[in-house]
Design a protein around this ligand. Structure first.
Ligand code: SF4
Length: 229
């Protein structure tokens, strides 16, 4: 068994993935609409998935979740609707810009943005305002277009503590390394389980190492123990 398989085997004994706790996954399962998933993922930047989901629901209720509805509503109304997600001015600008691009260049159909090979689609997405590597990867992994491990703050922290990646490594270095650790079919699940572990046990402050099912595999824990001897 590889280290990636062992990590996933253990984490699966601890967590059941609840879609409502992952705004992009939840939105995908509810709608199968990639434009909505992209908006949800932009809203989730630098905030909790709960706040992002609330903002998404308000945006749907007050504005609508299609590019024409968003463009027609304009900046002020979009800002007001997504206020709860934080950084609402920049997020509103990104959502409006993405809506405009989808309308002007892709005939209003987000699926047209997603045509072609995964790497090309990723680059296309990342050329849009507000869409960095993480947002593009979350969208592509959630839709099943790319088999990758999107690296959010929890994935980064847990992977570094385990010793799978160097602390301070770039987004791309971490993503590539995690693609080596986890098999293609398990990468999206790895992303979700590492987030669950980061939220519940391997927290930023005071990780619960004694209770952690991964502690015998963990570099951070080994170092703590060594320093205590
Ligand atoms: S042992 Fe501690 S630092 Fe290592 S993965 Fe578990 S909670 Fe995180």
């Amino acid at each position: 068994m590889t280290i990636g398989e062992e990590i996933l085997r253990r984490l699966r004994t601890q967590y059941r993935i609840q879609a409502e706790e992952y705004v992009s996954l939840y939105t995908h399962l509810q709608s199968r609409d990639p434009f909505r998933v992209l908006v949800a993922t932009i809203l989730s930047q630098n905030t909790t998935d709960k706040a992002a989901l609330n903002a998404l629901k308000t945006l749907e209720r007050d504005v609508g979740l299609t590019p024409p509805a968003i463009l027609e509503a304009g900046k002020r109304r979009v800002e007001k609707a997504i206020h709860i997600a934080g950084m609402y001015r920049s997020k509103a600008r990104f959502i409006l810009e993405v809506s405009r691009i989808v309308m002007e260049r892709y005939g209003g159909d987000m699926w047209n943005v997603l045509k072609g090979d995964a790497e090309g689609v990723r680059e296309r997405l990342m050329s849009m305002p507000g869409v960095g590597g993480k947002t593009a990867d979350v969208l592509l992994a959630t839709l099943g277009i790319a088999r990758t491990v999107p690296v959010d703050t929890h994935v980064r922290r847990v992977s570094a503590r385990l010793g799978l990646v160097d602390e301070g490594a770039s987004y791309e270095t971490i993503r590539k390394r995690l693609e080596e650790v986890f098999s293609p079919d398990s990468r999206h699940l790895a992303h979700l389980l590492l987030i669950a572990h980061g939220r519940n046990v391997c927290r930023a402050r005071k990780p619960m190492c004694r209770e952690c099912v991964l502690n015998d595999l963990c570099k951070y824990y080994r170092e703590i123990r060594k320093n205590q001897l």
